[in-house]
Design a protein around this ligand. Structure first.
Ligand SMILES: Cc1ncc(COP(=O)(O)O)c(C=O)c1O
Length: 443
């Protein structure tokens, strides 16, 4: 006999969650005062909690959701895939979703990145790119190339290797003794519009520092790792494509790889499919995750060149790239990613988003003019601004005010940003702007 479902309150589930679930990036004690939000279901841009309240997912569930929750097209693709194959290990075996996905991503990515290596999360993609770069140089007898150069404020994930090229003190400091010191260079990214004079100066300074560094340290540097156009975790700090283009020239000239971490910026966030396109740059490694499955399933991917692939292709097993994760190339995740690419193609999403981004810019005018808003900036489908007078505790207080107004917003320091699903309607965007203004007044 089946047991009828018991409807429990959000408070009930929140208490059980606090007891049993260790939540990510969270000081759990804070949940003594701030209740967890218990989500029962989601549809489009809206999350619904167990008590019937709704919340607009204005941050795309940590930057992953592209086409809304419970998207019928992705759901249908997953249901069809479930009937055929959920997963098989990718060593010694392959399957149609992973093959088609690899071919289609390579066709969309900057030319020449024809080899796709899979993992599950962004940080794992970072690890793979770092390891492949280091190993490539070793295969070529360049044994002293064992460092990576990174940018101030950069974020590439939180596993130990990824953290060693991340420059966010809050995440790094506790693990400092575990992390290998890697040189940090000035970043071109600013909390301002990229047309500001300050942004131009930052780009010039960052390029000068990179040129000087490479002139002296190329022999010991395997790769430069960057987040193309937007440093997300730094607070949506933005920079002009010019930096990327020149960084590519310089790294190539000095024999240093370029790792483009497009884990956040990929799949249309910056207005083009990949941010690198705006600088006409082909990196040696392109790291992708987050939006790749439209926010459905964990999947990440590192694309690389024939040159890198060839360095590992040998009769000797030990010259292979002997790295793996159990769920590498999971069939369900790949099928979700294929459904995402179908939506991009069928709805001409990149072109449609161009008009949408321009509309969002106009519709955000009341926010840009708000007395507390500074450095209002936008890059494609990412809108951000800094808040005047935001002291300690601003983020938590603002997020609570936003939640009271049915908005999910998670400021980074004094930066508030929107990264909603692309399917957000104009009415929903208008509501987001209006209620963000109210939350600013109240916090
Ligand atoms: C640029 C960038 N790289 C890497 C990561 C890490 O991805 P994950 O959280 O899936 O490990 C993130 C996550 O926010 C990111 O924004």
């Amino acid at each position: 006999m089946s047991v009828p479902p018991v409807t429990q309150s959000g408070a009930h589930w929140a208490a059980r969650s606090r007891a049993a679930v260790w939540h990510p990036c969270t000081q759990m004690k804070e949940h003594e005062r701030t209740p967890l939000v218990t989500i029962a279901r989601a549809c489009g841009a809206w999350l619904y909690d167990c008590d019937g309240r709704r919340y607009l997912d204005a941050v795309g569930s940590w930057w992953v959701n592209l086409f809304g929750h419970a998207n019928p097209r992705i759901n249908a693709a997953l249901a069809a895939q479930l009937a055929d194959l959920e997963h098989v290990m990718l060593a010694g075996f392959t399957h149609r979703p992973v093959i088609e996905l690899s071919e289609r991503i390579a066709a969309l990515a900057p030319a020449g990145l024809a080899h796709a290596f899979y993992a599950s999360d962004g940080a794992s993609a970072t690890e793979i790119a770092l390891k492949m770069s280091f190993h490539y140089w070793r295969q070529h007898g360049e044994r002293s190339k064992d460092r990576y150069v990174r940018l101030a404020g950069g974020y590439h994930g939180e596993t130990v290797g990824a953290l060693s090229v991340t420059d966010v003190a809050l995440f790094r400091d506790a693990y400092g003794p575990l992390l290998r010191a890697q040189p940090v260079l000035p970043s071109p990214a600013v909390h301002a519009s990229i047309d500001d004079a300050a942004a131009q100066t930052a780009t010039d300074d960052a390029l000068a520092a990179l040129a000087q560094f490479l002139a002296g340290h190329a022999a010991t540097t395997a790769a430069l790792i960057v987040e193309p156009l937007v440093q997300g975790a730094r607070g949506m700090a933005m920079y002009a494509p010019r930096y990327l283009a020149t960084a590519r020239e310089l790294t190539r000239r000095h024999g240093v790889h370029l790792i483009a971490d497009e884990i956040m910026t990929g799949f249309g966030r910056t207005g083009t499919m990949f941010a690198c396109e705006q600088a006409a740059v082909v990196p040696d490694f392109l790291c992708l995750s987050k939006g790749i499955t439209g926010g459905y399933l964990p999947l990440s991917c590192v694309l690389t060149t024939d040159d890198v692939y060839a360095a590992f292709y040998d009769d000797d097993v030990t010259r292979g790239f002997l790295h793996s994760h159990s769920y590498t190339g999971n069939a369900l995740a790949c099928r979700a990613a294929l459904a995402v690419l179908d939506i991009f193609r069928d709805d001409d999403v990149i072109v449609a988003n161009r008009a949408k981004a321009a509309r969002w810019h106009r519709m955000a005018a009341p926010l840009a003019a708000h007395r507390r808003v500074q450095a209002f900036r936008q890059c494609g489908m990412i809108v951000a601004f800094d808040v005047d007078g935001a002291g300690d505790g601003f983020g938590r207080a603002f997020a609570a005010e936003a939640l009271r107004r049915e908005l999910v917003l998670r400021p980074i320091g004094r930066t508030v940003y929107f990264m909603p699903p692309y399917t957000l309607t104009d009415d929903e965007f208008a509501l987001l702007v209006e209620r963000t203004c109210e939350a600013l007044d109240a916090s």
